[in-house]
Design a binder for this molecule. Structure first.
Ligand code: IMP
Ligand code: MG
Length: 178
């Protein structure tokens, strides 16, 4: 079993890159069929989604645009509230079909915030493509259109996902050793 040490923690290989790529093949075929005449804009969320976005876009063969945004997190007025703001979206998305490209949906808090802010910019529709989804952790009522891989509530790294900034460059997905 392949394993890696990142900072103070040991991780073991969980999903091999060949399986990840097959899953991305599958959703990209659906996207190509569903959005053929819709001229979509893919909005990829940095940093985590960079690798997924690249692999996805290599397989999307319909006319489309891609742009990248970042979510700035900072503390809200109440000390426990974590406010996230979308930065870097310079394109007008009014009237457009948006496909949000995310690395992982865990509780769904991040996605809910993002959907709220994108909706305010009046797109025609918003779809969600995520590499990973932890269905047992979801706390929000969010419909995910294109899920590449569903996983249990383990903490994972690799393929864009990090532990404290490290591990994003791993080509396979690893999970924390228990
Ligand atoms: P949510 O808001 O709880 O859905 O969490 C989403 C964000 O938490 C993702 O965009 C990731 O940045 C991070 N995250 C959630 N689960 C993991 C994980 O297993 N490994 C690394 N990052 C994660
Ligand atoms: Mg993320």
């Amino acid at each position: 079993m392949k394993s890696v040490k990142i900072k103070d923690k040991e991780f073991e290989v969980f999903i091999e890159s060949t399986k990840i790529e097959r899953s991305i093949d599958r959703i990209s075929e659906r996207i190509n069929a569903d959005l053929k005449d819709r001229d979509p804009i893919f909005v990829a969320i940095l940093n985590g989604a960079f690798m997924f976005a690249a692999e996805l876009m290599k397989r999307v063969s319909i006319p489309c645009e891609i742009t990248f945004v970042r979510l700035a997190s900072y503390r809200g007025t109440s000390s426990t509230e974590n406010v996230k703001e979308v930065l870097g979206l310079n394109e007008s998305i009014e009237g457009r079909t948006i496909v949000v490209v995310e690395d992982i949906v865990d509780t769904g808090n991040t996605m809910e915030t993002l959907l709220g802010q994108l909706s305010a910019m009046k797109p025609k529709e918003i779809r969600i493509a995520t590499l990973l989804f932890k269905p047992d952790a979801l706390k929000k009522d969010i419909k995910l259109d294109y899920v590449a891989i569903e996983i249990p509530c383990d903490f994972i790294v690799g393929y864009g996902l990090d532990y404290d900034g490290y591990g994003r460059n791993l080509n396979d997905i690893y999970k924390l050793k228990s």
